[in-house]
Design a protein around this ligand. Structure first.
Ligand code: NAD
Ligand code: MG
Length: 419
């Protein structure tokens, strides 16, 4: 049996209804993973594989990783799988040959359907970029428990997504390691309930960031950095887009906005510091001088397991960290090196401009990965797209999609002028 309880997190009420498991050993949770073949998706399946009596896989999805999705379906036997239309016939043939009973679907509506299906308990949002938004929106509208890795959707929708979750009773649990860390260090995670960060005794949320692979690169050499170099993160193994975002620290900019929204933080309640080792995943600082940090290996299975099992702690497959082998250092952000982060912080309160920034960044990163522009031109493209954009009030999802589409057009044009 499950019963609902209202947990108001400091500030924005990150979740409206948190299911409390009364007998977790018999309650099998059906999970949909949107983007199951990526870095977050595969690590989620790793955790699920450790708990066959606790979780079942309801549906999986991928854009075009036919082999990987096929193998995942063979192993986890989901009821549904969704693949990009151009790969549908290929994968269907393989399903038939292997006598797989998984029903194969394609298209955006199919993603929304597997995210909102009545039989689904938890939805893991692990598609990269704005493409993940419609299915995330469907999950929230259906009142699901949403494990959110896709930060871009939250940046695009601003308060809309969270407001909808309050109306529908959907629960939003952050998978992003920093936000998951903050969530773990919040008073609410210890059974307290408060309305604002200040009421909760919190003075500041400190997001940590490693500084990426170019933290010590001379500034005049950044222009020559290649996609391969940008994707070699010193601590984390991640998808290409977030790896490039980590090199520019646009990732931390998106995370700044994500944290602002999730925890309803004022400007003076949120800050970023560099922590090159990625062991302290973020901190909550309290009025009495206490700082609570979440510490662990740089392994996404830890926050994934925390969110999947919440409010219980379950095995993630990750071992304890030996702190005697690891020096922990911290430094201030050099905003000259990371202009994308500065830009993101400067527009963080403006939903429309955040949508524009995210869209332009996706276009620019894609162009960089295709070697059409230089590393330093990512910032140029984002800044120029923002210069050509106005702030407007966003009232609904259609407004978000309109602003996003227009920004992508502008950014594509600006990119074509540079490349
Ligand atoms: P990835 O590139 O490794 O995987 C992306 C997944 O989404 C794949 O399954 C791919 O098939 C699918 N996909 C890509 N484009 C799609 C589209 N247009 N339509 C449908 N499906 C599509 O990415 P990732 O590193 O796993 O990141 C996923 C999300 O999680 C991103 O938003 C990222 O910012 C966030 N995140 C990732 C990490 C990490 O450690 N990788 C950490 C924190 C947050
Ligand atoms: Mg992160």
């Amino acid at each position: 049996m499950m019963r609902g309880t209202i947990i108001c997190h400091a500030g924005s009420c990150i979740s409206a209804t948190i299911p409390v498991m009364e007998n977790t050993t018999t309650q099998v949770q059906a999970v949909t993973i949107l983007g199951s073949t990526g870095s977050i998706g595969t690590q989620t399946l790793d955790v699920i594989a450790e708990h066959p009596r606790r979780f079942s896989v309801f549906a999986l999805s991928a854009l075009n990783s036919v082999n990987r999705l096929f193998k995942q379906c063979q192993r986890f036997k989901p009821r549904y799988a969704v693949i990009g239309a151009h790969c549908y016939d290929d994968l269907l043939q393989r399903f038939k040959t292997a006598n797989l009973t998984t029903e194969l679907l394609c298209g955006e509506q199919a993603l929304a359907d597997i995210a909102s299906h009545n039989d689904v308990d938890q939805v893991v949002a692990a598609i990269v970029g704005g493409a993940g938004l419609p299915s995330i929106h469907a999950a929230v509208k259906a009142g699901k428990r949403l494990l959110l890795a896709n930060k871009e959707s939250l940046v695009m929708t601003g308060r809309l997504l969270l407001d909808t979750s309050k109306q529908t009773g959907a629960t939003v649990l952050p998978l992003d390691s920093e936000h998951n860390a903050l969530f773990q260090c919040m008073p609410s995670a210890q059974g307290f309930r408060h309305k604002t960060l200040s009421d909760a005794g919190v003075s500041k949320l400190l997001l940590t960031g490693s500084g990426g692979p170019f933290r010590q690169t001379p500034l005049d050499k950044l222009v020559d950095k290649t996609p391969d170099q940008a994707c070699k993160h010193p601590n984390w193994s991640m998808g290409q887009k977030i790896s490039v975002d980590s090199a520019t620290m646009m990732n931390k900019g998106l995370e700044y906005i994500e944290a602002k929204l999730l925890f309803d933080a004022d400007d003076d309640e949120l800050d970023v510091i560099i922590h090159p080792q990625s062991i302290v995943h973020s901190l909550v600082q309290y009025k009495d001088g206490t700082s609570l940090a979440q510490i662990g290996r740089s392994d996404m299975r830890v926050p994934i397991a925390y969110a999947l099992g919440y409010p219980e702690r379950i095995e993630s497959g990750v071992s304890d960290i030996d702190l005697t082998r690891q020096a922990l250092t911290f430094e201030a952000v050099d905003y000259l090196r990371y202009p994308c982060l500065k830009l993101a912080i400067s527009i963080a309160k403006d939903n429309a401009l955040a949508t524009v920034m995210n869209a332009a960044n996706e276009i620019a990163v894609d162009a960089f990965l295709k070697r059409a522009i230089r590393f330093t031109q990512i910032y140029e493209i984002v800044a120029k797209t923002l210069d050509n954009s106005e702030s407007i009030t966003i009232n609904c999802l259609d407004d978000v999609l309109t602003v996003d589409a227009l920004a992508r057009q502008r950014a594509t044009y600006i990119t074509s002028q540079l490349s």
